[in-house]
Design a protein around this ligand. Structure first.
Ligand code: AHR
Length: 502
């Protein structure tokens, strides 16, 4: 049997895990909002029209923040369309997704939805496509200024006396992408983002700002875009964004599952660029990373489906996630944890219906997809301090990555608890793992996604992919660690508790 040696020590710390690593994203795109979170008349709708059945599936994920309202949508969004009496709000031809936007949900309703969820904070994006720095500042004034100004009084007149106090803001979205409404060069964007940032922080010095990095690592301008944008904005922003979606168009599962190694390299490259500009500026400040869009995305595009344009809730990008996708999502979470020193914010893109772990049927039920499970368990149990994992594991070469590990592992310590997240990417072989932990641990829980067909999916009628609980005795604890065998093609969470140090 193949074997792997893992060495983990509480002395070898990566960083405390910022809970915002488990953020998500709701865009006015497809059916994320209309017939997703919002469907007046649905049997489960509350007085505001929000689907309580959807909220009940979101709540266990414990998402600390949700990015809103886009995405590409935000680059043409006039936020003033979405506030005030609903009957007076305009219907717009929404250019990013070629749909009709009825503006029945806007900033205030989004805040109401977060209140329904409980303890979830907003991450609001401003329009730096068609929008100006002044429009961005006006939105901050509307949301965060207490009272006594035009926009703060407008908010109060709209029924929201207390300021929303929104702490986290994105300065536009993917502004380098030719698909973006009013895309910009790095110089143009850097200047606009800098000026917007100044105005927004003058209005509320307590806010944090995310500048746009490249739309993805393979953009021809990747690297130079980051450098130019940071040269303009360094002292005014707090985070730089990264986005990535992985595909499996040709059905090469081994290559698909290796993609988180590319995510890891991407993070390290952007981190190095931040360090380079810090040195160039002679700054004492570190720019942290916001991986505010990440996921798997290819099924819907591959299907060639082209729903009619210019409808409300145009049903686009409704990915049907399979077992292989769940494995990669689990691995991407492991990569985020292993970079917790740099990545402070991350958003699974997205949350409901559009590229989402949660699906709904209009007038019908809501259910969860395969990718819900690794996100759920990692979000709940992956909080504390990320420890470095030294792994000596078998490796492979494939179309996406030259030297990929068959075993991915992240370790998170929380008091006496140590939780391991593991993926065995080998498609044919189980792998025996010996984890040296520097102490005696007892096994509390082992949850796995395993023994499924790669194409297995969950629908409203049938869940083919569900986590199983493995007997605790399947992992053997010793005075200095724990040993276990990971099934071929499996995602695993093993929760341990310290008995005594070695
Ligand atoms: O999440 C879907 C889309 O992907 C977003 O609108 C955009 O930012 C990215 O290209």
């Amino acid at each position: 049997m193949l074997t792997a040696q893992l060495t983990i020590s509480s002395e070898n710390v990566i960083s405390p895990v910022d809970p915002r690593l488990y953020g998500s994203f709701i865009e006015h795109m497809g059916r994320a909002v209309y017939t997703g979170i919002y469907e007046p008349g649905h049997p489960s709708a509350d007085a505001n029209g929000f689907r309580k059945d959807v909220a009940e599936l979101i709540r266990p994920l414990n998402v600390p923040l949700i990015r809103y309202p886009g995405g590409n949508f935000v680059s043409g969004y006039r936020w003033e369309d979405g506030v005030g009496p609903k009957e007076a709000r305009p219907v717009r031809a929404e250019l990013a997704w070629q749909a009709l936007e009825p503006n029945q949900i806007g900033t205030n309703e989004f805040m109401d939805f977060l209140a329904l969820l409980g303890d979830t904070q907003p991450m609001l994006a401003v329009n730096l496509g068609t929008g100006s720095p002044q429009d961005a500042a006006n939105l901050v004034e509307y949301c965060n200024f207490p009272a006594g100004t035009y926009y703060s009084d407008l908010r109060i007149a709209h029924g929201y006396k207390a300021p929303h106090d929104i702490k986290l803001w994105c300065l536009g979205n993917e502004m380098d992408g030719p698909w973006q409404i009013c895309a910009k060069t790095a110089e143009e964007y850097g200047r606009a983002a800098c000026e917007a940032a100044k105005m927004m922080k003058w209005l509320d010095p307590g806010i944090e700002l995310v500048a746009c990095g490249s739309s993805y690592r393979e953009m021809p301008t990747f690297g130079e875009w980051e450098r130019t944008v940071l040269r303009h904005t360094y002292e005014h922003v707090d985070y730089l964004s990264l986005h990535t979606y992985y595909t499996n168009d040709d059905g090469d599962i081994a290559a698909f599952l290796a993609n988180n190694a590319r995510m890891d390299a991407f993070i390290k490259e952007v981190g190095a660029i931040c360090g380079e500009i810090k040195a160039e500026k002679g700054s004492s400040k570190d720019i942290k990373l916001s991986f505010d869009e990440w996921n798997v995305w290819y099924h819907f595009k591959k299907s060639g489906a082209e729903p009619p344009k210019w409808t409300v809730a145009r049903p686009i990008e409704e990915e049907l996630y399979d077992f292989a996708d769940a494995l990669l999502v689990g691995s991407m979470l492991i990569t985020l944890l292993n970079n917790a020193d740099r990545v402070k914010i991350a958003c699974l893109a997205q949350l409901v219906n559009t590229l989402a772990p949660i699906m709904t049927e209009p007038g019908g039920p809501a259910w969860v997809q395969t990718t819900y499970f690794p996100f759920l368990y990692t979000s709940i149990n992956g909080r504390g301090t990320a420890l470095a994992v030294e792994a000596d594991a078998p490796r492979y070469t494939c179309a996406t990555v030259k030297d990929a590990s068959y075993i991915d592992c992240a370790a998170v310590q929380n008091g006496d608890a140590l939780t391991l997240f593991l993926v065995n990417k080998h498609l044919e072989e189980d792998i025996r793992c010996e984890a040296a932990l520097g102490g005696a641990y007892e096994v509390l829980e082992w949850v796995a996604l395993q023994d499924s067909e790669f194409g297995g999916v969950n629908t409203k009628d049938e869940a083919k992919v569900r986590p199983i609980v493995r007997p605790r005795e399947d992992a053997e604890a010793s005075a200095s660690g724990v040993s276990f065998t990971l099934k071929k093609a499996s995602w695993n969470m093993i929760k341990l508790r310290l008995r005594s140090k070695a």
